[in-house]
Design a protein around this ligand. Structure first.
Ligand code: MN
Ligand code: MN
Length: 285
């Protein structure tokens, strides 16, 4: 049989109507402070995903057995951050209103604000779990309020106190940590405390945002702002599996910047993280 040459993430070639999970790319990196390139992540991941298997020996599950739709990349307005965020919000709102789980491939971390604007409307009681090296809690970055360095502060603007749980954080300025102290839960350096948070969030709608720079740069050098002292792949996988016990209503992986890792290892790692994430949250469908 002949098929059109349409490249999806491996094993994610189902139709929209039949799928419980919808992946899509948000190739946006206009506010990246140090090294841009995340706009190439979703395309690189689709291509390189064929270098990994659809089957996960960790979970004994296979992408071939679950229905996932890959909507391709959004065509985002470059140079107009608000419009790009609006486009992401609109797409996410459609997916949510159809009763599906949006799973976005960034892009820089700011793209999460787009999905969260839709998610906060659809699930007013949503809680956010963030895996990241960086706090991303700045009020503004060089005078700009919309930035990958401010994104979680902007999410707090939507949700308010005690709705955001950060893990793996090992970078930020002092004022960010001080500001966050009574407003968000911050677990520095690792995933300690995740079990308690999961107990607390049982039954609530949860959005999971994974900034892949939470991984150590030795595992994942292909990112704009690498930060030494990160977690291992297995630690991240364990954390994803734990979080997947919750009611995950949306998720994203972001900050892969393929041009910074000519070996391609970072892209392969990102693909594996996404496969495990998809398989983990699919158990809820
Ligand atoms: Mn981030
Ligand atoms: Mn980060």
């Amino acid at each position: 049989m002949l098929n059109r040459n349409i490249e999806t993430f491996i094993g994610c070639d189902n139709e929209y109507e039949e799928s419980g999970i919808v992946i899509f790319g948000a190739p946006f990196d206009s506010t990246t402070s140090f090294r841009p390139g995340t706009r190439f992540a979703s395309k690189a991941m689709r291509g390189d995903s064929f270098g990994i298997e659809t089957y996960s020996p960790y979970q004994d599950k296979d992408l071939e057995d679950i229905a996932i739709f890959d909507g391709g990349d959004l065509e985002l307005s470059f140079g107009n951050t608000e419009r790009a965020l609006g486009q992401i919000e609109e797409f996410t709102a459609k997916v949510l209103s159809d009763g599906k789980i949006p799973c976005m491939i960034g892009g820089e971390h700011l793209v999460t604000l787009g999905t969260m604007r839709a998610v906060a409307k659809h699930y007013p009681d949503v809680h956010v779990i963030q895996f990241d090296a960086h706090a991303d809690l700045r009020e503004d970055y060089l005078g700009e309020s919309l930035s990958h360095a401010t994104v979680i502060h902007r999410v707090w603007d939507l949700l308010g106190d005690n709705r955001i749980y950060q893990f793996g954080i090992r970078s930020g300025d002092r004022s960010e940590f001080q500001w966050g102290k009574d407003r968000v839960f911050t677990n520095k350096f690792n995933f300690n405390g995740l079990t308690d948070v999961i107990d607390k969030l049982k039954g609530k709608p949860v959005y999971l945002t994974i900034d892949l720079d939470v991984l150590d740069p030795s595992v994942f050098p292909g990112t704009g702002t690498p930060e030494a002292g990160g977690v291992s792949f297995m630690e991240l996988l364990q954390a994803i599996l734990q979080v997947s016990e919750l009611n995950i209503i949306g998720c994203d992986v972001n900050e892969l910047s393929p041009p910074y890792d000519q070996s391609g290892v970072s892209t392969a790692v990102a693909c594996k993280v996404l496969r495990e994430l998809l398989l983990a949250i699919s158990s809820k469908n």
